[in-house]
Design a protein around this ligand. Structure first.
Ligand code: GTR
Length: 339
């Protein structure tokens, strides 16, 4: 049943996207983009802002239409559509890309970033650019990263304080072997699944929990079914905005520069919305009865990650980027070292 729904929604999305991709109206081009989040979510707002900048700067010649709320299907499916040019742009989390390109594993590694400042500084620099560029051989141009905060565990049973509390729990993860390996290393059972299925799976007891940032936990109403949210802050895998290489190659050099520049300009816009969204979601979650607990012994979790890092960080290029990120300071000027 679940598989059939995914296939059907993917097929419908595909037809829509193919019909709409790069449609021309009197010399103006509408770039199509997909997002699983609803239209008020910061990622959608940021791509809309980029569209507004593009429209203003080209006198309406280039515009963006975001298909929000997962209308075009799950991230894995829309990514496939993007790679063959059926969709012009796509905003996804980095996790589903880890199956496609090993360089995208890096910012998705558990307990890599020490803080939001550290993550932003590393991804805004040459390391981030190298990861964005790594998607080109896969038919996509990485335009920019957006924040996705810190992912933490939530479940229907109990607060998580130590990895022992996760034992035996069925935890939903994104479609990524890296995430599956991380959950297994922590002693829980991993169930990869599209985010759109999580609420129902929690209610039906198909899974006991999942992991995400506060805004997604709130927006998907997952907190109603799984009220224990434990601040493990284990992953800061960012969001990424990509453009299909097929569309990119059809743009003039000047338009490519404009697309790249407006994407870049949408990043600080998004961060302002994001910080506020985390604050608002947290307040609403607490008001909604969520039992949120701090986790004091983070080392008990991060200490189990060595086999995961060893399995997924294998190439010299990956190792070089990890070392560069570890040596990058955070916004408060601390240089290197896991403090
Ligand atoms: C969210 C992210 C989505 C999606 C979702 C998930 O934080 O913004 O793109 O990856 O998590 O868990 O599937």
């Amino acid at each position: 049943m679940m598989t059939r729904r995914v296939v059907l929604s993917g097929a419908t999305g595909l037809a829509t996207a193919v019909l709409l991709s790069g449609c021309d109206r009197g010399g103006s081009r509408v770039l199509t983009s997909s997002d699983t989040h609803p239209s008020d979510y910061p990622t959608v707002q940021a791509v809309n802002e980029m569209g507004r900048l593009l429209e203003t700067r080209t006198g309406g010649r280039l515009r963006i239409h975001v298909y929000a709320g997962g209308q075009l299907g799950a991230e894995r499916d829309t990514l496939e559509i993007t790679t063959f040019g059926g969709l012009d742009m796509n905003r996804v989390n980095l996790a589903p890309l880890t199956a496609i390109e090993p360089m995208t594993v890096i910012p998705s590694l558990p307990f890599l970033f020490r803080s939001t400042g550290h993550m932003r500084r590393a991804l805004d620099g040459p390391v981030g650019q190298a990861i964005l560029d790594s998607l080109r051989p896969h038919g996509m141009v990485g335009l920019c990263f957006y924040d996705s905060g810190e992912r933490s565990f939530y479940n229907t049973k109990r607060p998580i304080q130590t990895p022992d509390d996760l034992k035996g729990l069925k935890i939903r993860v994104q479609n990524s072997d890296l995430f599956v390996a991380m959950i297994k290393a922590l002693g829980a059972d991993a169930t990869p699944m599209d985010v759109g299925e999580v609420y129902g799976a929690l209610v039906q007891g198909v899974i006991d929990g999942a992991e995400n940032n506060q805004p997604s936990y709130f927006t998907g109403r997952h907190f109603e079914a799984a009220p224990f949210y434990s601040l493990t802050r284990h992953v800061m895998a960012p969001e990424i905005l990509v453009m299909s290489m097929a569309r990119w190659e059809k743009l003039s050099t000047a338009d490519r520069d404009l697309v790249q520049q407006t994407a870049r300009e949408s990043v600080p816009f998004m961060r302002t919305l994001w910080d506020k969204r985390v604050e608002d979601a947290t307040a609403k979650l607490l008001a909604g009865g969520v039992k949120m607990n701090d986790v004091t012994d983070i080392a008990a979790f991060s200490g189990l990650m060595k086999p995961v890092w060893d399995r997924f960080v294998t190439t010299p290029e990956q190792k070089r980027l990890v070392a560069e990120i570890e040596a990058t300071g955070d916004d408060t000027g601390t240089e290197g070292g896991r403090g």
